[in-house]
Ligand binder design. Structure first.
Ligand code: SF4
Length: 168
Protein backbone atom coordinates (compact mmCIF):
# COMPACT_ATOMS: atom_id res chain seq x y z
CA UNK A 1 0.00 0.00 0.00
CA UNK A 2 1.49 3.29 -1.12
CA UNK A 3 1.31 6.25 1.20
CA UNK A 4 -0.54 9.20 -0.37
CA UNK A 5 0.99 12.52 0.62
CA UNK A 6 -1.35 15.46 1.06
CA UNK A 7 1.30 17.98 0.07
CA UNK A 8 3.65 18.25 -2.83
CA UNK A 9 6.87 16.76 -1.50
CA UNK A 10 9.86 16.77 -3.82
CA UNK A 11 13.40 15.45 -3.64
CA UNK A 12 14.75 18.65 -2.10
CA UNK A 13 12.56 18.33 0.99
CA UNK A 14 13.56 14.69 1.33
CA UNK A 15 17.23 15.70 1.15
CA UNK A 16 16.81 18.34 3.85
CA UNK A 17 14.71 16.05 6.03
CA UNK A 18 17.84 14.01 6.66
CA UNK A 19 19.88 17.16 7.35
CA UNK A 20 17.73 19.60 9.34
CA UNK A 21 14.01 19.57 10.22
CA UNK A 22 13.99 23.32 10.70
CA UNK A 23 15.17 23.81 7.14
CA UNK A 24 12.33 21.55 5.95
CA UNK A 25 9.88 23.92 7.63
CA UNK A 26 11.54 27.05 6.18
CA UNK A 27 11.60 25.63 2.65
CA UNK A 28 8.11 24.18 3.01
CA UNK A 29 6.82 27.64 3.95
CA UNK A 30 8.47 29.26 0.95
CA UNK A 31 10.80 31.36 3.08
CA UNK A 32 13.65 32.59 0.90
CA UNK A 33 17.15 32.52 2.37
CA UNK A 34 18.87 35.87 2.72
CA UNK A 35 21.93 35.11 0.67
CA UNK A 36 23.06 32.95 -2.20
CA UNK A 37 24.42 29.73 -0.83
CA UNK A 38 27.94 29.11 -2.16
CA UNK A 39 27.54 25.38 -1.64
CA UNK A 40 24.39 25.22 -3.77
CA UNK A 41 25.97 27.49 -6.41
CA UNK A 42 29.04 25.26 -6.60
CA UNK A 43 26.87 22.14 -6.85
CA UNK A 44 24.95 23.73 -9.72
CA UNK A 45 28.19 24.60 -11.47
CA UNK A 46 29.52 21.04 -11.18
CA UNK A 47 26.21 19.75 -12.49
CA UNK A 48 26.42 22.06 -15.51
CA UNK A 49 29.99 21.36 -16.51
CA UNK A 50 29.96 17.59 -16.06
CA UNK A 51 26.62 16.48 -17.32
CA UNK A 52 25.24 19.10 -19.68
CA UNK A 53 25.54 16.85 -22.71
CA UNK A 54 25.24 13.45 -21.11
CA UNK A 55 21.87 13.56 -19.45
CA UNK A 56 18.32 14.45 -20.15
CA UNK A 57 16.62 16.43 -17.41
CA UNK A 58 12.91 15.82 -17.07
CA UNK A 59 10.45 17.77 -15.03
CA UNK A 60 7.87 15.23 -13.86
CA UNK A 61 4.48 16.61 -12.80
CA UNK A 62 6.18 19.84 -11.63
CA UNK A 63 7.16 17.79 -8.58
CA UNK A 64 10.50 16.22 -9.31
CA UNK A 65 13.29 17.10 -11.70
CA UNK A 66 15.30 14.07 -12.56
CA UNK A 67 18.21 13.28 -14.81
CA UNK A 68 17.59 10.23 -16.95
CA UNK A 69 20.82 8.75 -18.26
CA UNK A 70 20.48 8.22 -22.01
CA UNK A 71 19.42 4.77 -23.14
CA UNK A 72 18.83 3.44 -19.63
CA UNK A 73 16.09 3.28 -17.04
CA UNK A 74 18.39 4.98 -14.59
CA UNK A 75 17.87 8.15 -12.61
CA UNK A 76 21.11 10.01 -11.97
CA UNK A 77 21.72 12.56 -9.24
CA UNK A 78 24.94 14.54 -9.03
CA UNK A 79 26.44 15.64 -5.73
CA UNK A 80 29.51 17.62 -4.83
CA UNK A 81 30.68 15.08 -2.25
CA UNK A 82 29.59 12.00 -0.31
CA UNK A 83 29.53 13.98 2.92
CA UNK A 84 25.73 13.91 3.22
CA UNK A 85 25.43 10.44 1.79
CA UNK A 86 22.30 9.35 3.64
CA UNK A 87 20.41 12.44 2.43
CA UNK A 88 21.62 11.93 -1.12
CA UNK A 89 20.72 8.23 -1.11
CA UNK A 90 17.23 8.93 0.15
CA UNK A 91 16.72 11.73 -2.35
CA UNK A 92 17.50 9.37 -5.23
CA UNK A 93 15.39 6.64 -3.60
CA UNK A 94 12.51 9.11 -3.44
CA UNK A 95 12.73 9.65 -7.21
CA UNK A 96 12.61 5.88 -7.71
CA UNK A 97 9.65 5.67 -5.34
CA UNK A 98 7.87 8.50 -7.14
CA UNK A 99 8.38 6.94 -10.58
CA UNK A 100 7.14 3.58 -9.32
CA UNK A 101 4.18 5.03 -7.43
CA UNK A 102 3.02 7.70 -9.86
CA UNK A 103 4.15 6.31 -13.19
CA UNK A 104 4.33 2.59 -12.62
CA UNK A 105 7.92 2.58 -13.87
CA UNK A 106 10.60 0.65 -12.03
CA UNK A 107 13.98 2.34 -12.30
CA UNK A 108 17.41 2.13 -10.75
CA UNK A 109 19.29 5.05 -9.26
CA UNK A 110 22.84 6.25 -9.64
CA UNK A 111 24.47 8.75 -7.35
CA UNK A 112 27.29 10.49 -9.17
CA UNK A 113 30.05 12.32 -7.34
CA UNK A 114 32.39 13.60 -10.07
CA UNK A 115 34.88 15.26 -7.73
CA UNK A 116 35.43 11.96 -5.91
CA UNK A 117 35.05 9.88 -9.09
CA UNK A 118 32.37 7.79 -7.41
CA UNK A 119 29.19 6.19 -8.71
CA UNK A 120 26.88 4.57 -6.20
CA UNK A 121 23.95 2.38 -7.20
CA UNK A 122 20.69 3.06 -5.38
CA UNK A 123 17.80 0.59 -5.34
CA UNK A 124 14.32 0.86 -3.92
CA UNK A 125 14.06 -1.94 -1.36
CA UNK A 126 10.96 -2.52 0.81
CA UNK A 127 12.83 -1.10 3.82
CA UNK A 128 13.78 2.03 1.90
CA UNK A 129 10.16 2.44 0.78
CA UNK A 130 9.01 2.21 4.41
CA UNK A 131 11.63 4.77 5.48
CA UNK A 132 10.50 7.13 2.71
CA UNK A 133 6.86 6.82 3.68
CA UNK A 134 7.77 7.67 7.26
CA UNK A 135 9.85 10.63 6.04
CA UNK A 136 6.93 11.91 3.92
CA UNK A 137 4.55 11.72 6.89
CA UNK A 138 7.10 13.44 9.14
CA UNK A 139 7.64 16.21 6.57
CA UNK A 140 3.90 16.83 6.44
CA UNK A 141 3.87 17.05 10.22
CA UNK A 142 6.79 19.48 10.28
CA UNK A 143 5.30 21.75 7.61
CA UNK A 144 1.92 21.81 9.31
CA UNK A 145 3.53 23.23 12.47
CA UNK A 146 2.77 26.87 13.13
CA UNK A 147 6.37 27.67 13.99
CA UNK A 148 9.62 26.11 12.80
CA UNK A 149 11.42 23.58 14.99
CA UNK A 150 14.11 25.21 17.12
CA UNK A 151 17.52 25.68 15.54
CA UNK A 152 20.00 23.00 16.51
CA UNK A 153 23.61 23.67 15.63
CA UNK A 154 24.99 21.06 13.25
CA UNK A 155 28.06 21.13 10.97
CA UNK A 156 25.82 21.87 7.97
CA UNK A 157 24.81 25.24 9.51
CA UNK A 158 28.13 26.73 8.33
CA UNK A 159 27.11 26.39 4.70
CA UNK A 160 23.35 26.71 5.12
CA UNK A 161 21.67 29.56 3.26
CA UNK A 162 19.48 30.18 6.33
CA UNK A 163 22.36 30.54 8.78
CA UNK A 164 21.82 34.28 9.32
CA UNK A 165 18.18 33.62 10.08
CA UNK A 166 19.05 30.98 12.68
CA UNK A 167 22.25 32.25 14.20
CA UNK A 168 22.54 36.04 13.62
S1 SF4 B 1 21.36 27.17 9.80
FE1 SF4 B 1 21.42 25.13 10.73
S2 SF4 B 1 19.60 25.07 12.05
FE2 SF4 B 1 19.30 26.77 10.63
S3 SF4 B 1 18.14 25.89 8.95
FE3 SF4 B 1 20.29 25.78 8.40
S4 SF4 B 1 20.98 23.74 9.03
FE4 SF4 B 1 19.04 24.17 10.08
Amino acid sequence: MVYESKINIGGTLIWYYYICKREVWLIGHGIEPEQENDYIALGRHIHEIFYQRRKKELNIDNTIKIDILPGKKVIGEIKKSTRYLESARMQVAFYLYYMKREKGIKMEGLLLVPEERRRLKISLTPDVEKALEKAIKDIEGIISMERPPSAVKIPYCKKCAYRNMCWA
